[in-house]
Design a protein around this ligand. Structure first.
Ligand code: CO
Length: 160
């Protein structure tokens, strides 16, 4: 396993706005990449990380909101409902936070490490994590969606 460099929007703004490609073959290289992404996310104290953030334009996401590590390959939202407004930051946009509106709940379809298709439902923070990270796969950063800049906040905001 290895810690990867996180790309930031000052140096890699164009790359971070590109759409990532589907993973067609879940091979050893992809599995190692997911391991590296998880290790990098934990080291940077994020709760989510998408492959474009380490410079790889593939549809891979890792998330751990404190309930265990989830690795998602080719995730897509198949249902969503409700609305929540909350503060986000991003490992690729250092020093910036802002309020973003997300669905309250989402249902996604993705492949796991064996290639099997799984469905997963997330509410609240998990829904926010899923949306923030899938946005990365589509070349969208949270700063493109900020509705207001928080006047007050503690350290308890989404960071991925
Ligand atoms: Co981010």
């Amino acid at each position: 396993m290895a810690i990867r460099n996180i790309r930031n929007n000052n140096d890699d703004n164009i790359l971070l706005h590109k759409r990532a490609k589907r993973v067609e073959s879940i091979n050893h290289k992809i599995l190692m990449l997911l391991e590296d992404m998880a290790e990098t996310m934990y080291k940077e104290e994020g709760v989510g990380l998408a492959a474009p953030q380490i410079g790889i334009l593939r549809r891979l996401v890792v998330i751990d909101i404190g309930t265990g590590l989830t690795k998602l390959i080719n995730p897509e939202i198949i249902e969503q409902g409700g609305q929540q407004q909350g503060i986000e930051g991003c490992l690729s946009v250092p020093g910036v936070t802002g309020e973003v509106i997300r669905p309250q709940r989402v249902r996604i379809r993705a492949q796991n490490e064996t290639g099997a298709y799984i469905e997963l439902e997330g509410n609240d923070l998990l829904a926010r994590a899923i949306c923030h990270e899938i946005d990365h796969l589509n070349g969208v950063l949270f700063i493109d969606k900020i509705v207001s800049v928080p006047r007050f906040y503690n350290n308890n905001y989404y960071k991925g």
